[in-house]
Design a protein around this ligand. Structure first.
Ligand SMILES: [Zn+2]
Length: 224
């Protein structure tokens, strides 16, 4: 982590990540020019029944937003914007999805990582989505029991291996028979979501639909 950047964020005034305008991390003008997708491409994974994402990670500002989202001073402000991108996407689709009988489950961090970072970015987005969609958030079922390497430097096969058996489901009764919106920030090869979906299904979950802020092509999720 770039400690210097982190400290600068704390000490210096806020600037828009897009246009450097002072006062906010993302100004309304820059938010409005983010290219929210108006179509949905049906996705079918092994355990994941579908996937929704409002923007592509290749967009310069999207990349910047998501990478900076991990710093505490930005999370408070940006979580709403990122959730709003997802909601805007749902509303822009010809066939608007209805998730009234779903529950939200965030991709968890390991205990150690959570302690170090102080929050789980996927859970922060899921909390906002829960308010917008008026469906429950369940964050005490899916837990991460294995320390994994950062996926960005790994190949597709290595990613699968890295997240294998990384998750466990507690309090199974809370998700058994439920349709789940599985929330994360970025989807690249889908290794993480697939593995989480696998254990959720084994624990009795019905349909599992992934929801992320952005979809990246493998190799393009590297930090810069
Ligand atoms: Zn701006």
């Amino acid at each position: 982590m770039k400690i210097k950047e982190f400290i600068l964020d704390l000490v210096f005034p806020k600037f828009c990540l897009g246009c450097k305008k002072e006062g906010v991390f993302l100004c309304q003008d820059c938010f409005s020019i983010l290219e929210v997708l108006t179509t949905h491409q049906k996705f079918k994974g092994k355990n994941l029944n579908d996937l929704y994402f409002p923007v592509n990670y290749e967009n310069f500002l999207v990349k910047k937003l998501i990478q900076n989202f991990k710093y505490p001073p930005l999370i408070k402000e940006l979580k709403k914007d990122l959730a709003l991108l997802i909601i805007s996407h749902f509303l822009l689709l010809d066939k608007k999805p209805n998730f009234f009988d779903f529950v939200l489950v965030p991709i968890p961090l390991s205990k150690r990582k959570l302690k170090w970072r102080g929050f789980n970015q996927a859970e922060e987005i899921a909390k906002e989505l829960s308010k917008f969609l008026k469906i429950p958030l369940i964050s005490d079922c899916l837990i991460k029991i294995k320390e994994t390497k950062d996926q960005v430097e790994l190949s597709e096969e290595e990613r699968k291996e890295n997240v294998k058996n990384a998750f466990l489901v507690k309090n199974k009764e809370k998700i058994s028979g439920k349709n789940i919106l599985l929330v994360d920030d970025v989807f690249t090869t889908g290794a993480t979501m697939e593995e989480a979906a696998r254990v959720l299904k084994e624990s009795g979950a019905k349909k599992i639909i992934g929801v992320v802020v952005a979809k990246a092509s493998p190799g393009q999720d590297k930090l810069q």
